[in-house]
Design a protein around this ligand. Sequence first.
Ligand code: ATP
Ligand code: TZP
Ligand code: MG
Ligand code: MG
Length: 268
Amino acid sequence: MNHHNVSSVLQRVRDENPLVHNITNVVVTNFTANGLLALGASPVMAYAPEEVADMVRISRALVLNIGTLNKDVVSSMILAGKTANELGIPVIFDPVGAGATLFRTEMAQKIILEVKVSVIRGNAAEVANVLGEKWEIKGVDGGSRQGSNVELAVTAAQKLRTTVVITGKEDVLTDGKTTYLVSNGHPLLTKVTGTGCLLTSVIGAFAGVEKDLLLAGVSALTFYGIAAEKAFEKAGDLGPGSFQIEFLNQLSLVSSEDIQKFASFKQV
Ligand code: ATP
Ligand code: TZP
Ligand code: MG
Ligand code: MG
């Protein structure tokens, strides 16, 4: 993997404009749709059991996010996920708040048992709780912790047989054998709700055009982090509100050349 092929995936997203089907939470729905549009992908949100299978069939990726889950939505997620599996469409899973309540943990585990998930993206606490380790989590916020999340991500990828992304100050991406660290990003991202959820959907857009999930993931993570760095330069002084709007702008402005110049990732 090099800066050239990492940067080329962004152009393919913009050229191919993949439809990303999101079954997501009520907090981040509008932000996610606008972020995917800014990037150059097409968002759709659809939840009804009567239509999710049909929507998956015309999509390039399916994103499942349990941020404001209930039993009916989980049933729709499993129906949509099974359809995606039959068609070979990548499923990206965000276990928002796993560990905060027993219901959330159990539903997250049920989803990954019944659906073959291509990528799990969460903070460290969420991923640990999905694995059955009981890590403290404050609602949906994982907080920060000393040390690297590499070991946790590798264990999760091997046990769950999927690609795992753990985000934080540094992002870890692994398929259990090969592991990358991405250090682009900005702490202000943690002051805007939904930036983790939108990232999960952005990974969906990249996975929709690139089958190599490590390449798709590193591309998405560097792109997203660089957009945050540029947004901070332009509007960070003004506070999280202006940063959020400028971040949306930067999702449409960051170019393949920017990724070649500013991407910060390494294999570990
Ligand atoms: P949490 O609710 O625990 O913040 P999340 O689901 O919102 O989790 P994050 O881990 O905040 O997800 O990741 C969202 C984006 O923010 C990622 O691109 C990540 O790299 C970035 N990010 C998170 N913390 C930092 C930080 N301290 N410095 C730089 N970038 C960060
Ligand atoms: N509550 C339920 S879902 C949600 C909140 C605050 C949004 C979480 O978004 P993110 O991307 O994990 O910060
Ligand atoms: Mg967050
Ligand atoms: Mg989150």
